[in-house]
Write a protein that binds this ligand. Sequence first.
Ligand code: SF4
Ligand code: SF4
Length: 458
Amino acid sequence: MKDNNITRRDFLKTAGIAAAAATVAACTSKGKAGSSQTDGLGEMTLRKNNKGEDIAILGYGCMRWPTFPPDENGQKEIDQEAVNAMVDYAIEHGVTYFDTAPIYLQGKSEAATGLALKRHPRESFTIATKLSTQRGEPTRERSLKMYYASFENLQVDYIDYYLLHSIGGGDDPMAKLKERFFDNGVLDFLVEERKAGHIRNLGWSFHGDVRVFDYMLSLHDQGKYIWDFVQIQMNYIDWKNAHTRDEEEVNAEYMYNELAKRGIPVVIMEPLLGGALAHINDHFAEQLLTREPQKSIASWAFRFCGTHPGVMCVLSGMTYMENLVDNVSTYSPLKPLNEEELAILEDIAQEYVKYPLIPCTACQYCMPCPYGINIPAVFAHYNKCLNEGFINEDTQSEQYRKARRAYLISLDRNVETIRQANHCIGCGQCISSCPQHIAIPSQMRRIDIYTEKLKRNG
Ligand code: SF4
Ligand code: SF4
C-alpha cells in the first residue's frame, strides 16, 4: 500500500528542525511565557487565564512520558533523562503549562513531572493535576490523601490548576459526580484550599453526559461554585460530532460555546484524537499537504484548536522530541485557520466519521485489564489499519492479499500474542473506566472475529 502521508519525522527533516532537538540538553530556563529562543521560530502564542496571566497556548500533557520497555509484569519505568530533556526544551521554547494526574503512567507521572520541573524556577512553569477518584471508593479520606500526595509527588507547595478529574462518566453520571465531590464535602474542601492559596485555579475535566456538563455550569451561573477553567475534548472531528455518538453525548462546539460565553478559559485535551489526527488516511492527508506541503498533518489539528480565542491551552501528550518540536513550531506563533481552511477540515470530519473507527484515545484509564489484554494497543492497531486503508472486503484482490498480510504481521509486532483481543473473556470490568464510553468487550469480540476471518482467508 502506498503511504504518502508526511509523518512528523518527515516534516522535521524537511524543515531542518530536528537538529534543534538534539541541542536541548544544554538549554537553560528563561522562565518567561512564550519565549522561543532558537530555531528561527517566533514567540509562542500566549493566551490569558482568568487572572489575566499569560499562558503559552501549547500545554504539555504528562500522561505519555517516554518509558523503558515493560518488564515481565507489564510494568514500565519512566525514562527520567528523556523526560528532563523534553521538559527543558519545552520551557526553553515558552511552554508553561504541564498537566498530570495521580493515575497517569501507572501512578508514576506526577513524580517524574515533579523531578523534571524541580530543576527550573517555580515561576517558569504552572502545574495542573487532578483528583482522580473515578475508580474505587471516593471517600473523603481517600480523596484528601490523594490530594496531599500530589503536593509531595510534584514537590510543590501550591498547585496552579487543580481539576475534578473526568466527570460525566459512569453508569449514573450525576450520582457519580455527587458521590465523588459533593456528598463527601471534598469540593467544599477544595474551595477552601483555593481561598488559602494552595490551589490557584479550580476546574474540572469532562467526558460524557451533557446533563453533568450543564449542571456544573449552572452552579457557576448561580455563583455557588466558580470555575476558573474547564478542560474538554476538542478537535476538528469532535467539533460537530459527539465523540461517542451516545444519546446524551455532546459535541465540542456546544461545550466550547457554553464556556466561551461565560468567559471560562478552556483547556483542550485530545486535539489529535488520541494521535489519530496525526495519521489520517492518504486521501484526507493529500488535501492538507497540497495546501501546506512543509507542514505536518498534526499541525492542522493544533491550528484548529488554537483558532478559537476562548482556548487557553491545548494539551499534547508528547512522547517523542519530534512531536514536541513540531508542536512548538506550529504555535510559534499560531497561524489561525481561515474560513476556507476550517471548511476543509469540516469536510474531512464528515467523511472521517463514516469510518467505523474505535474512538480510543489511548488514555489507559481502562488498564490494567485483569486478563492481560492490552486494550489501547489492540484498538490502536485496528484503527491504524483501517485509517491506512488496510481493510478491504474484496478478498480476491491483490490489495486484499497484501493488506491481510500487513495486518497480521503488524498485529503480532504491536501487540503481544497473549494480550490480543482473542484473550478477552468479556468480563466487562473495563467498561465503566472508559471516558469515551467504548463498549470494550464487544469491540474486542468484533476485532477478534475480524482477525480470525483474515487468518482463515489466507
Ligand atoms: S472485558 Fe476483556 S478487555 Fe475488558 S477487563 Fe474484561 S477481559 Fe479485559
Ligand atoms: S479503551 Fe477507553 S479507557 Fe481504554 S485507553 Fe481507550 S479511551 Fe482510554
